[in-house]
Design a protein around this ligand. Structure first.
Ligand SMILES: Cc1cn([C@H]2C[C@H](O)[C@@H](COP(=O)(O)OP(=O)(O)OP(=O)(O)O)O2)c(=O)[nH]c1=O
Length: 193
């Protein structure tokens, strides 16, 4: 069994991998997540995922396989990351109300000490219903929004905002598992199932 490291502090990403046939350990990356407006969302998501993977690869033994991901949201051609505070979260949810937005998750897989790497992304279209200010205020009473791109969690009470989705559900939660399994299989001879 190859040695796999998940370069993530995200509980959701850890839970995904725990379900499958893979021995892994967690080593968190330490990068600054800047979002630039003049770069495409998929490029930003892939670039941040790659930076996370490389940051961890620098501190691991040669041959370790490092998996990292980054999730961002794009609505009306504007990119949204995690909210700074409750006010910022409210602004984001008001902005998402009644509209379609896109969730992008970049994935990077890097073999430390070698030139082997693979970077890709997944994109999901999410349609929000119309949200009243009361619904948003009530949602924000709990902390679910705090560390989520776009300020909602589809896997939590945020599901009540989602009219429908087109594309991968696991991508919205932060780790497109089908894409990850395909990349691991094709390029690193690792199978999740
Ligand atoms: C839209 C949405 C996002 N999210 C989460 C997935 C990501 O964890 C988070 C976006 O932040 P990220 O910067 O992608 O990840 P992170 O900071 O949580 O973890 P790390 O960088 O250490 O890997 O938003 C949900 O859990 N549910 C959702 O419905």
């Amino acid at each position: 069994m190859k040695y796999v490291i998940l370069a993530s502090s995200s509980a959701r990403r850890k839970e995904f991998l725990e379900k499958y046939n893979i021995n892994f350990k967690i080593q968190e990356s330490n990068i600054k997540e800047n979002i630039y407006d003049n770069v495409s969302p998929e490029t930003i998501a892939m670039s941040l995922a790659f930076q996370k993977a490389i940051n961890v690869a620098e501190n691991t033994e040669k041959g370790s396989i490092i998996i990292a991901a980054d999730t961002i949201i794009c609505c009306d051609n504007k990119m949204l990351g995690k909210p700074k505070d409750k006010q910022d979260a409210k602004k984001m949810l008001l902005n998402l109300s009644g509209k379609n937005h896109y969730v992008y998750t970049g994935i990077a897989i890097v073999k430390s000490g070698t030139n082997e790497k693979k970077v890709d992304y997944s994109k999901t279209k999410v349609k929000f219903r119309n949200l009243s200010e009361d619904m948003i205020d009530n949602y924000l009473l709990e902390k679910e929004y705090e560390d989520k791109a776009g300020s909602y969690a589809i896997q939590g009470k945020g599901e009540i905002f989602v009219e429908n989705i087109e594309g991968s559900y696991t991508n919205v939660v932060g780790l497109p598992i089908v894409k990850l399994d395909k990349l691991l299989k094709e390029y690193f001879e690792i199978s999740l199932i």
